[in-house]
Design a protein around this ligand. Sequence first.
Ligand code: PLP
Length: 360
Amino acid sequence: MEPRDLSNLSIYRAGRGIEEVARELGLDPDDLIKLSSNENALGPSPKAVAAIRDVAEDVHYYPKSSHTDLIAKLADRWNVDDEQIWLANGGDGALDYLSRAMLDPGQAVLVPDPDFTYHGMAARYHHGTVEEFPISKAEDFHQSPERVLDAYDGERMVYLTSPHNPTGSEVTIEEVEQIAAETDEQTLVVVDEAYGEFTERESKVELVRERDDVAVLRTFSKAYGLAGIRLGYAITPAEWGDAYARVNTPFAASEIACRAGLAALDDDEFLEETIETARWAREYMHEHLEAETWESGGNFVLAEVGDASAVADDCQREGVIVRDCSSFGLEECIRITCGTREQTPEAVETINEVLADVED
Ligand SMILES: *Cc1c(COP(=O)(O)O)cnc(C)c1O
């Protein structure tokens, strides 16, 4: 027997773990600087860590009020109704729920090229198809209304990411509004704000409050340092918020995740330090990397380095793990996550040495 035909589904390849790389290179994991997965260089929110410890004795119960409490807290924070908050197992889980709720078999989604691969994957899992609109180096990877609307052909969902992974580019509220206005009434525009805390621009949640065809994705994985917990959510139009009750996997956001999320939302000090450090590191990289970089609203910077695969391999051998962007179709670029104030200069020095050696 066999599973269904899975040949058009791609395999998600996460950035490699620090233990895995250390073992392969025969190094101590503590000697490696991992800047390949846009994780929080400062670690997790300390308040979340305390909450996770506290809940440990109670995990024989199914999740109870924490799920409801976290939804209420997020709804309050974004000034939307509780039904509009679709809590999930990571932002990726929320992307699954949006696909479940939106797509009939054979319907299409429109995504940027390059893009975070899970937007397209979530559609394919739900028997949808994927169309792309090109964004280019020449236009600083801008996801402009022109590029989107030129390619748009009635797709059911249109994905924008701001700040965009892996390029760092951003879109304005006006641009999202124009795209939403000029696409069909039955097209949902999803703005992925996984890196929303790191930008100085305003969130597009305002459009969710004003319109019925825009949704926003947020996650606890990046700025709150909770990637390992798997907690994220979509903020969806008020009119069909009750669809969540129909598509939600029971208890998909665990008790541990919800308690950690509740505590992290109260950890303003940690969030501020995270954002400040990331903004500092971005500037440091723009200034000191001996490679072309692009303006970034996220906790990472895209740099043009020639043969990205070779450069990433060489950096790794020197103890600095960066993301080779070949899998995004950017064979000449690496993406470097913002490190701490100690890690970032060290990483930049290593990358510059590797680049100088490649040129020799
Ligand atoms: C990291 C990321 C997500 C969500 O990640 P989760 O860990 O599943 O919350 C979503 N979109 C983009 C663009 C990302 O980079």
